[in-house]
Design a protein. Structure first.
Length: 222
């Protein structure tokens, strides 16, 4: 039985201050300072994961390690967070501190490609095929196991020939959203729609759009 928890419950758990819940799980970023420290941290995470029989996704780079947790047992139904994720997150953070790695959750984000479509069932298979993705849920291709950004399809009621049909969704921690928006505006962007604090639609100088959205604390996966 999976003990599903919300984003808020995850953030309230002890020892998870380094982590942020975004789309497809809870994630953190550790600055390791060296590849050797990164490898040592990955090895330690592997030991903790095997002991808990609960395994995260890990990205090892020259000077950093990014880790994402979600409950894989029910991934065929979407994705969820469980109490096991919070427990393992706290253990991973402790291991990182012992190795001298520093958490920087400001570098945690999720990028999603959003496509407006009149006939989603007709359009989705093309994008799954061309990207080498799997269909996920009823509106996506990719999902948590995709090697690149998830692709989400938004239902159109009528054609919109004078507006972009593809935009980016950027999910960032709530405390990072204002900084990103200010930086984008300073770089020549404009606010197209202000639906804060839920999301903001920004456009570059030629009108290409991106939605910036903090992840809701009440979310428990899909």
């Amino acid at each position: 039985m999976v003990d599903v928890i919300t984003s808020q419950q995850f953030h309230a758990a002890p020892g998870v201050e380094d982590w942020r819940v975004l789309s497809f799980g809870a994630a953190t970023h550790f600055e390791t300072g060296s590849f050797a420290t990164g490898v040592a941290l990955v090895d330690r995470i592997g030991e903790l994961a095997d002991a808990a029989n609960h395994h995260p996704d890990i990205e090892l780079r020259y000077g950093s390690v990014q880790v994402r947790l979600l409950t894989h047992e029910v991934i065929d139904q979407g994705w969820v967070l469980s109490a096991r994720d919070a427990e393992l997150a706290a253990q991973i953070s402790q291991a990182a501190r012992e190795l001298g790695a520093t958490a920087d959750p400001s570098k945690v984000q999720t990028v999603q490609i959003a496509i407006d479509a009149l006939d989603i069932p007709k359009v989705r298979p093309f994008w799954a095929a061309v990207l080498g993705y799997e269909l996920f849920g009823s509106e996506d291709v990719g999902g948590p196991t995709a090697p690149g950004p998830n692709v989400w399809f938004q239902q159109l009621d009528a054609p919109r020939p004078q507006r972009n049909r593809i935009h980016l969704d950027l999910y960032v921690p709530a405390d990072l959203a204002p900084t990103r928006i200010e930086a984008a505006l300073a770089a020549g962007g404009t606010v197209v729609r202000d639906n804060g604090p839920n999301w903001w639609t920004l456009a570059d100088p030629e009108g290409n759009e991106v939605d910036i959205a903090p992840w809701p604390d009440t979310f428990s996966g899909w």
